[in-house]
Each structure stands twice: as C-alpha cells, then as structure tokens.
Design a binder for this molecule. Structure first.
Ligand code: ADP
Ligand code: MG
Length: 692
C-alpha cells in the first residue's frame, strides 16, 4: 500500500517465510492475499499474560493467569467411561491447585517438576480442592506478554496466524512509512503507523495496545469520512430538474388531513434544496415510526409529476409497495396523476408492456421494490427518487437508481432513528431532515411485559379488543419449527382458537415464505377488518399501516433488539384510539430486561436508539463481520465513539480548508481516499435484521 514501501506491502503472502501452498489456501478463505491484508488482519481479542492472580482470589473468575510451580508429577487416572484424566499438582506458594487434562498427556508432556510456569484458565473448587480444567500453559520466558487471538478457520488456527504475522513484522526492519500528516498526529495525540502496526499484533503492554487501537480506528474512520464526503459531491450533480413548490398548496387541499407543522417544514426544506442551488437534492429524512413520512413523499412526488416528471418510490418489500400503491391511488384519485407499480410477481407480457410505458410516458408515479433498478427498466423522464426504509438499501442501489434518471433529486426516508453520532458516520454523504413531533390525536402506546404464565389472561385481553371491533398483531419469532422454546405461528393459532374466545376465520397467519398474492390477500383482509388477529413473523415490521390495529403482542420478545421492538410496536398507535404493546418473555437476561424497561419507559425512537447503542455498542455496524464498509477492519465498541467522533471532526476541518486534499502532506491519504470512493459501488451498508 502507500506505507513503508508500496511494493513490499503489495507482495503475495506466498513470498513470506513459512507460508506454503496450504497456508495460502487457508488465508484466502480469510480474505488475506497480500502483506497488506495480513498486517491489517487485526486480532479479534487478546490473552493477557501480564497480570497474575493468586489461586484463592481467582476462584470462579473467568480466565485468570497464575504463576505456579509444579509440585507433583503428572498422574493418569482411568475413568469409568474409559477416558483418561491427567492431573498435575501446582502451587502459587500459598495454595495448591490441580491442573486437569482429559484424554491426553500431551499438554503436560514437557512440564518439569519444581519449575515455574504461567497457566491460564478458570479456577473452580471441586471436592474441596482448587482445579483448573485444560489450562493453557507457558514457560516463564513468555512472561509479561499479551498474546493476540485471531479469527481462525478450519484450515488455520490462531496461533499459526500469529506466528506468520510475527514473521512478517520481523521482516520490516525499518519504520513503516507514515501516511497521516504530522499536524493530524500531533493535534489528536496519535502514535506513528510503525508503532501501531507492531503493537496491535504484539502489544508491549496494555497501554500500547490502547494507543495502537486508537490510531487505527481514527485512521480508518478518517479515510472513510473523506471518501464519503467526496461521494457527496458525486451524488450532488448539476441538474435541470426543477420541481416548483407552487403545487404544494394544491396538494394540501386534496389530502384528507391537515399536515403537521413538521411535515410542512420538511417538505419546504426539500423544495428549497431542489430549486435553490441548481444541484440535485441528496437528502435523508429521518422520522420515527408513524411520524407521517408517506405524506411527505406524496407531496413531493405529486409536485414532481405536475411539473412534468416521473417520480419513483423504491421500498424494500412487496407488501409495502402494494400498500403504498393503494395509499397513493386513494390520496391522488381524481387528480389525473398516473400511478404504476412494479413488483417481482409480474408475467413476462405484462412486464414488457409496463416497461414500455415507463420508458414512453414522461410523467407519473412509479412504485416498486428492487425491481425498479433491474437492468430492463428505463425511465423516460425520471426527476425524483424517494426510497422508503433506506437502511435496507445500500449506496450501491441508490447509485444505480440515480443513474436511471438525468441527475434526479433524491430523498431517502428512514424510520430508524439512529443516534446522532452514528447518523453522521452512516450518512456522511447526505443532508439530513428530521420529522419530529406527534401527529395530533395520537396517544402514547401503553407497554407491558408479561411472562408466558400470563398468556391466557392476555388472550382475554385480545378477546375484549376484538369485541371493541379493534384488531391485533401477534409477532412470533418462528414460522414452523417448535424448538428452543420458541413458539411458532401455526401452533400459536391453534392455541388461540383453543382458548375459546375466537372464531377460526378471524385469525390468520402471515409470513415471508408465502406467495406475494397470499400475503397481499391476507393484508388486505386485515386492512378491511375481516381478519381480527394477525399472527405474523417480522414481515410486518416495515411500514405496514393499519390504523384500526391497537394491540401488538410480541412473543419471545427477548429475541429482538430494542430498535426492532420499537419498529414492531410502531405498527399500532396509528389511529386515535389507545393502543397497547405486550412483550411476552420468560427471559431473565440482563440485557433483555434492560430493553423491556426501556420500551416501557419510552415511545421515542431517538431515545431508544441511544439506549440500544449503549446496550449493544456500535460494533455491529463497523465490526469485521459487517460486510460493506471496506476499509473498516477494526471492530469498535461504544467506548470508541469519542475517537470516531474526533476522526470525523478532523476530516471535516481538513476538507473545509482543502476540499481536494491537494496539499503535499495529504499525498498518501488522497490516494487511499480515491481508491475507496471510486470503489464506492461496494460501499454498501446492509444493516439488515436486528439492527436499526
Ligand atoms: P411512517 O412515518 O411510519 O411511514 P405513515 O406515513 O405511514 O408513517 O403515517 C402513519 C399514519 O398517520 C398513516 O395512517 C397516515 O395516514 C397518518 N397521518 C400522516 N400524517 C397525518 C396528519 N398530518 N394528520 C393525520 N394523520 C396523518
Ligand atoms: Mg412508512
């Protein structure tokens, strides 16, 4: 890469001592091909052999390090089941402890009576004696070391990875070339690249490790910000698409509600953005569940069409596409606005006709799923793009849709409030509008947690709900398997029918494996109040809007993250009636209980997202397991936010003074930034499932 010696780090790992064909194969499974990949393969965790406990004080603490002397030869004992147990007595000068190994004498083979060793494991008491099962043992020559633990795979274990990385680092006999400008290092108290790459793998001590992590995290996010900022420039193109605000008033007269102040404010923000600068809009709209984002989209799309453009709405599921289609058809009926829907489930002939129409007509609304970006579709005159529930789409998909228009304006809507700190990181390339406040007449959703013994009482409550002519959702974690104590949809329906309070035809189940037609049919029946209780998987999580539904029951609630619970709860409380959310769970896990009480305390998505971040840490976003953020290789936790923040501030300041990083001191980072932003098709935040 651009440090030490470019060609050195570009070399294949095969040219390293001790790396043969087999190891090359194994490394390729871990995504490691070059010296650079290898040195950036940071440890997953570390074993600390630098601080010791006494045997007695270590009892029941996990993974302790002890300094002990061997006081008895190894004894082998044959167990009843035929296995062998090997026992070696050691002492820390105060107490004795038995190291126990099963089946193999191997780990104990070289231990010398009377000699001192470091051992690591969990100390427990067994029949009055201290014991450590299968401890790790090291000679004293390894004293005071912190050993790296790497993500391993079947073909290569952590210790071997460690040895090879050590070989590599030993080869680097001069300091690794610095890439960050001195001013940045100084201002943010960062250590040299050389120090950090060595100490992240083989830390001299805990402090050195901390310092190495700090710089690496800083640098990764610094480069990331800089590339996202350059993307922002790319997404904001010069455009001739003008969408006049004059149709806004007309829109307000058509719709059956009065827009809230916040909805108006956001819509006007968008118009301003669209018309003032001659650049395309590239904006994120964040609004909590039920805050009324659809109307914001409708207002802008209506204006776009009236100005003679096509406006596309891209949503993550067919269910949602169909719902929006219906909403738009009824909102805009009689206005002459043409509305089309594109879904996966279309016959070839119908599809062809539809594609032709979309190419030929110059104005109209087109609603669809990912199919909107499929190769075959060409738009005649695409001026506005809105995506709903943006977190399901990546930058790549957005870019693809944008490329189908002539510098169209883009609004991304997300119902997943994310903490400000993370918003800045995830959406660096966007301007942000926030839809705040509550729609008039809405009541706080009352939220309760019960355990499964109270389920039959809860059924009574559901029955009363139905008698009031209101409806309920029940969310289960599983479709059909009945394992791990998780209730499935089918047996839940039986349970509910057996409870005696419901007619079978009032209850339906809904899940993602059904055909679009079935799903659509059932949702429609629910919307028309022919189905009273809908038992479902999380397919209903995103965007579904049935204002007459007032109860949301979430079974096995411990299985869901806080943000997801909040999203699910957001399916009720959409009308003016009092709504309820009942979390059913037998879990006593500390985190689960914390999530439940946060849910009870608050219905505010922004507050809950902060809580969620505290409980889980942001590691899930940027960690090594997140496909999508190519240069973030270090996993981060909540404690790292200040460093991430500092990197952001630094990048921002830097760009203000030197937008194209032309100063010579940015030579190295400039090429890294270009590399990353040119490969932007891979910058894809796919934060699916539990997270935001
Ligand atoms: P979300 O932000 O979750 O997408 P929706 O746009 O689906 O929320 O709106 C939630 C519900 O509130 C819908 O039934 C919608 O018709 C209704 N709604 C939206 N704006 C208003 C308003 N200004 N006055 C009354 N009801 C509104
Ligand atoms: Mg919505």
């Amino acid at each position: 890469m651009k440090f030490y010696n470019e060609s050195f780090f570009k070399r294949d790992i095969g040219s390293l001592k001790g790396v043969g064909e087999k190891t090359i194969q194994a490394f390729s499974k871990l995504g490691i091909f070059t010296f650079e990949d290898l040195i950036k393969f940071y440890p997953r965790s570390y074993e600390d052999w630098t601080s010791f406990s006494s045997i007695a004080s270590a009892e029941d603490k996990k993974d302790c390090c002890l300094k002990v002397k061997i006081v008895n030869e190894c004894i082998g004992i044959k167990l009843k089941d035929g296995r062998w147990l090997f026992k070696i007595k050691v002492s820390d000068g105060l107490d004795n402890l038995n190291m126990i190994f099963f089946n193999s004498r191997y780990p104990a083979r070289n231990l010398v009576l009377g000699k001192e060793y470091l051992i690591k494991g969990k100390v427990v008491k067994h029949n009055g004696e201290y014991e450590m099962l299968s401890p790790k043992v090291k000679g004293l020559e390894n004293e005071f070391s912190i050993t790296p633990i790497y993500n391993q795979c079947e073909e290569i274990v952590s210790s071997k990875i460690s040895r090879i990385i050590k070989n590599l680092i030993n080869c680097i006999d001069e300091p690794i070339l610095e890439t960050l400008p001195d001013s940045v290092l100084e201002n943010y108290g960062l250590d040299s690249k050389d120090f950090c790459y060595r100490n992240i793998h083989f830390p001299k001590d805990i402090l050195s490790l901390k310092r190495a992590r700090k710089r690496i995290i800083f640098e990764e996010f610094f480069i990331y910000y800089l590339s996202m900022s350059s993307l922002k420039v790319k997404f904001r193109q010069k455009t001739n698409v003008v969408i006049s605000e004059s149709f806004f008033e007309e829109f307000c007269e058509i719709i059956p509600f009065k827009l809230t102040e916040s909805q108006k404010k956001v819509i006007l923000e968008c118009f301003k953005d669209i018309n003032e600068k001659g650049l395309s809009m590239n904006r994120l709209l964040q609004g909590d569940v039920g805050s009324g984002k659809t109307l914001v989209a409708a207002a802008l799309m209506y204006a776009a069409v009236k100005n003679g453009y096509q406006a596309a709405l891209m949503v993550p599921t067919e269910l949602l596409a169909r719902q929006h289609y219906k909403t738009f058809c009824s909102l805009l009926s009689g206005t002459g606005v043409k509305i089309n829907i594109i879904c996966g489930a279309l016959r070839a002939k119908a599809r062809k006709a539809l594609y032709e129409e979309i190419l030929l007509i110059k104005s109209g609304i087109i609603i669809g799923t990912h199919s909107l970006i499929s190769e075959g579709i060409q738009f005649g005159n695409l001026g506005l793009i809105i995506t709903d529930e943006q977190h399901r789409f990546g930058v790549k998909q957005r870019a693809k849709l944008i490329s189908k228009g002539k510098a169209p304006h883009v609004l991304i809507m997300s119902a997943t409030p994310i903490p400000r700190t993370l918003a800045m990181i995830l959406y660096e390339d966007l301007d942000v509008s926030i839809l705040e406040g509550v729609i008039p007449g809405r009541q706080k959703i009352k939220t309760y947690r019960i355990d499964s013994t109270k389920r039959s009482r809860m059924f009574g409550f559901l029955q009363k709900t139905v008698l009031r002519n209101e409806q309920a959702y029940i969310v289960c974690a599983s479709i059909e398997e009945r394992n791990n104590g998780i209730i499935d949809l089918v047996s839940y329906k039986e349970l509910l029918i057996k409870s005696g309070g419901f007619k079978a035809e009032e209850i339906e189940i809904l899940h993602g494996k059904m055909s679009p037609y079935e799903k659509d049919y059932i949702m429609n029946e629910f919307l028309n109040n022919n189905i009273k209780v809908l038992i479902s998987t999380t397919v209903i999580e995103v965007g579904i809007d049935v204002p007459n539904a007032t109860v949301m029951v979430i079974e096995n609630a411990e299985r869901f993250g806080l943000s997801q619970l909040h999203q699910l709860r957001g399916r009720v409380g959409r009308g003016n009636k009092q709504s309820y959310c009942i979390l059913v769970s037998d879990s006593n896990s500390k985190d689960a209980i914390r999530r439940f009480s946060a849910m009870k305390d608050s219905c505010d998505g922004f507050y809950l997202s902060e809580e969620d971040l505290q409980i889980r840490g942001p590691g899930d976003f940027f960690g090594v397991n997140q496909h999508g953020v190519p240069n973030i290789k270090m996993s981060t936790t909540f404690q790292d936010i200040p460093v991430i923040q500092a990197a952001h501030d630094c990048a921002k300041k830097l760009i203000e003074n030197d937008p194209f990083l032309q100063s010579p001191e940015f030579k190295f980072i400039r090429s890294e930034v270009n590399e990353l932003s040119n490969g932007s098709s891979e910058l894809n935040f796919k934060v699916e499932g539990v997270v935001f």
